[in-house]
Design a protein around this ligand. Structure first.
Ligand code: FES
Length: 292
């Protein structure tokens, strides 16, 4: 499993947990409402079905009333009891309400819609988060910005070094770089910076003036920018034009016989005080622009 896949899985898990959290919050809120009103989760149909009329007999408290009268007036002769009144019976019609647990009451429409909205919103946020994360996620396991394996160095040298001695840069699209033959002796500009291995250098194709792609010009044996006329020799040393420095280059390494181009490490060098490779060696491809 690659680092990117692991990260995406981790993000997906976080997004799912986030959606579950949103769902849990909505659920807890609905529970708190139910606690405040025990019948909040009971549908109107259930309430109507649960209503019944019951007659309640309220017995008269004759003995208590007589005792109270005896205590307040002990000296008076008790009057003979009048004819015993019929016991007062009060009939009250009450509504019997039975508390129903949420499990018995089921999910109300209100709860259902609240939870559905929360789940939909959480899913939408999770999907958006995944989309933006995937868009901005750095490509650390391939592509520009990572270490690019250009292939066996022996094969690369065969393509770059031509039998007649002319330079033929090999373009590596994934690295956005030209592989060119390195001079036998490096100048102080490049010495010790890791920009050469096994006689090869990797030049960044981007012009250091304003960023146009700089094509190779075979007749002049150099790189010539068609945008504003900057020119560089076969190893990217500045020759003329508005460019402020040499072409940028990448750190390269020999790993097990393969050439690794570290496109995450760009080496900048100032204008060349001395050209290590002659330029131009023929007519310029952009002479009209350069002379303008
Ligand atoms: S972008 Fe190359 S010379 Fe301006």
């Amino acid at each position: 499993m690659t680092l990117t896949n692991a990260a995406l899985i981790a993000v997906a898990v976080v997004a799912i947990l986030g959606a579950a959290g949103a769902f849990a919050v909505a659920y807890r809120r609905s529970q708190s409402v139910e606690k405040a009103d025990p019948l909040a989760g009971v549908s109107s149909e259930t309430r109507a079905a649960d209503r019944s009329s019951t007659a309640v007999l309220i017995p008269p408290r004759v003995e208590e009333a007589e005792e109270a009268v005896d205590e307040e007036a002990p000296e008076e002769e008790p009057e003979p009891p009048e004819a015993e009144e019929d016991a007062v019976v009060e009939i009250l019609e009450t509504q019997r309400i039975v508390e129903v647990s949420p499990e018995e009451g089921g999910v109300s429409r209100r709860q259902f819609f609240n939870r559905a909205i929360a789940a939909t919103f959480g899913t939408f946020l999770a999907a958006q988060g995944l989309y933006y994360l995937a868009f901005f996620w750095p490509k650390l396991t391939g592509g520009f910005g990572a270490d690019i394996d250009a292939g066996p160095i022996s094969d690369l040298r065969t393509q770059v070094f031509t039998p007649d001695g002319a330079v033929l840069p090999l373009f590596i699209p994934e690295a956005r770089a030209y592989l060119v033959p390195a001079p036998e002796e490096l100048s102080d500009q490049f010495e010790g910076q890791g920009v050469e291995t096994d006689g090869l250098m990797a030049l960044y194709m981007r012009c250091v003036h304003l960023g146009c792609r700089v094509p190779w010009c075979a007749p002049s044996q150099g790189f010539e920018c068609p945008c504003h006329g900057s020119r560089y020799n076969a190893i990217g040393q500045y020759f003329g034009g508005p460019a402020p420095r040499n072409l940028d280059r990448f750190v390269v390494e020999n790993q097990g016989g393969n050439l690794i181009i570290r496109t995450g490490t760009i080496i900048q060098t100032p204008r060349a005080p001395v050209l290590l490779v002659q330029y131009p060696q023929g007519p310029s491809c952009i002479s009209a622009v350069a002379e303008a």
